[in-house]
Ligand binder design. Sequence first.
Ligand code: 5SP
Length: 240
Amino acid sequence: MLRLNALPPEIQDSVAETQRRVASLHKELTRNRLVVWTAGNVSERVPGSGNAGVPGLFVIKPSGVSYDALSPEVMVVCELDGNKINDGTADRLQPSSDTAAHAYVYRHMGEIGGVVHTHSTYATAWAARQEPIPCALTMMADEFGGDIPVGPFALIGDDSIGRGIVETLRHSRSPAVLMAQHGPFTIGPDAEAAVKAAVMCEDVARTIHIARQHDDVRRIDQELIDALYRRYQRAYGQRN
Ligand SMILES: O=C(CO)[C@@H](O)[C@H](O)COP(=O)(O)O
C-alpha cells in the first residue's frame, strides 16, 4: 500500500494543505445548512500529485463522522482508484461512502479539482421529482450557464454515481447535477469552487421553487443566458 511518508516532501506538504482546506470547507456545508447529520462530503485533488511518478491523490472526509469532529488530521487520502493510502490516519477511518463517485470524476475529468455532495433540501426535492431546474434567473445563467440537469438514478458505493455525474456534466456548462432521487453533486476546478456551486444550487432551487408557487417561471432566452454566462465567467469580481 502506498505510504504518505514515502512520498516527496513537497507532496506531503501539499497533502497537508489539502487536508486543511477540505476540513475547513466541510464547515461551509453546515454553515450554509446544506447537510444533516453526517450526510454530505467534500473532496479535493492534491495539487502536484499525478506527476513525476507520484500517483494522483485526493483528500475526502471519513464516512459517518460528525462534522464537528472533522479536523485536518482525520481527512483521508485516496488514490484515484478510490482506495485509501497509508496516510497516517487510523485504519478504522474509512473514506466517505461516495468515494468511488468522487474518484470516477477525478479519473475522467482531468480539469476537475473538487467534488461536493449534499442533500440540501430544495435541490434534493427537485432531484426527487427528477426535474431539471430551469434557468430563469440571471444568477443561474451566471453560475450554471443554463438549466441544472438531472442525472440518472444510481446506487451508492460503486462507479455508478460517478458515471452518471460525468455523463451528465461532460457536455454541460453546469457545475451541478441533480442525481435522480438522491441529491446534488457539484464539481469545480478546486473544492472551494465546488462548494460555492453547491451553495448556489440550493439557493436557486429554493428561489425557483418559491416562484413556481404562484405562476410558471419563464426560462431566460438562450442568447441572453450566453451573454450573462460569458460576462460572469470572464469579467466578474476582482482581477487576479
Ligand atoms: O447519499 C448518501 C446516502 O444517501 C451518502 O452521501 C452518505 O450520506 C454519505 O455519507 P458519508 O459516507 O460521506 O459520511
